[in-house]
Design a protein around this ligand. Structure first.
Ligand SMILES: Nc1ncnc2c1ncn2[C@@H]1O[C@H](COP(=O)(O)OP(=O)(O)OP(=O)(O)O)[C@@H](O)[C@H]1O
Ligand SMILES: C[C@H](N)[C@H](N)CCCCCC(=O)O
Ligand SMILES: [Mg+2]
Length: 239
């Protein structure tokens, strides 16, 4: 059973789209899959519970669809930084609480088990008023699974990518791949940006899992459309 944590250079880097495509690709290869979004900020009310689009998509591409909360234990209404969204609900998030509510999700046995973060690597879980500040990175470190880094290509993303990768290395994470994801339709000198990133990541022994082109208006539930993204990707190796 292979497990991964997907992080990104920023919110909207394409973590969910790439995660869905990896789950889809794994299923194409005959693997069972499970997708988890531990903390989602930005939800809609559906049949008495808060539901998030990322979690719904990861659930859709899981080979067995568990109850919604197994795919997304913490669902917060506001689409803002999770620690603030939690405070608006009179909640304080913590690593230990998250590990506890994620227990059923982490217990799911799947050949390809993927957890998507929220925003970037260092997004806070709380503001430290009840102790030391904890971030999603602290949670991912406790999961201790290999990390995939999605780079959302735009002006500024080189710096974001290098900062994130350096932090992952400082946190002694096994970074099993990065993805060059064209989130913009017409980024200037995109090829040159990718060329630089390829060289930097190669020098740090981090493989490129693929270059995903811009897919304007993609509907990730449409398997033909998602297959195009999946075709551009390789599945990460386990360690
Ligand atoms: N290669 C691409 N081509 C076209 N649109 C894309 C591409 N990658 C991502 N998008 C779109 O950009 C938006 C943000 O992507 P996505 O939701 O995957 O980001 P995210 O990193 O998961 O963000 P969050 O931090 O909110 O979880 C979505 O509407 C998605 O469909
Ligand atoms: C709401 C958004 N789409 C993400 N789920 C959360 C992004 C948090 C970013 C916090 C920050 O780094 O400033
Ligand atoms: Mg997402």
């Amino acid at each position: 059973m292979a497990r991964f944590f997907v992080t990104g250079t920023d919110t909207d880097a394409g973590k969910t789209l790439i995660s869905a495509a990896l789950l889809f690709k794994a299923r194409q290869q005959g693997l069972s899959t499970f997708g988890l979004k531990p903390v989602a900020a930005g939800c809609e009310r559906h049949q008495g519970q808060w539901c998030n689009d990322d979690a719904k998509l990861l659930r859709y591409y899981s080979s067995q669809q568990h109850a919604y909360h197994v795919h997304n234990p913490i669902a917060l209404p506001a689409a803002i930084a999770p620690h603030i969204a939690a405070a608006q609900q009179q909640q304080t998030l913590s690593v230990s609480q998250l590990l506890s509510v994620c227990q059923p999700s982490l217990a799911v046995e799947a050949d390809f088990h993927l957890t998507e973060g929220a925003g970037g690597w260092l997004v806070p879980l709380n503001d430290g008023t009840q102790g030391t500040i904890e971030t999603l990175a602290d949670f991912a470190i406790r999961l201790d699974v290999p990390v995939v880094l999605v780079v959302g290509l735009k002006l500024g993303a080189i710096n974001h990518a290098l900062l994130t990768a350096q932090m992952l290395m400082a946190h002694q994470r096994s970074v099993v791949g990065w993805v060059a994801n064209a989130i913009q339709p017409d980024m200037q000198v995109q090829t040159e940006n990718i060329q630089f990133l390829r060289r930097w990541f190669a020098q740090n022994n981090i493989p490129c899992l693929g270059e995903v082109p811009h897919c304007a208006g993609i509907d990730a539930y449409d398997e033909q459309q998602l297959a195009k993204v999946a075709e551009a990707l390789s599945l990460p190796a386990d360690r």
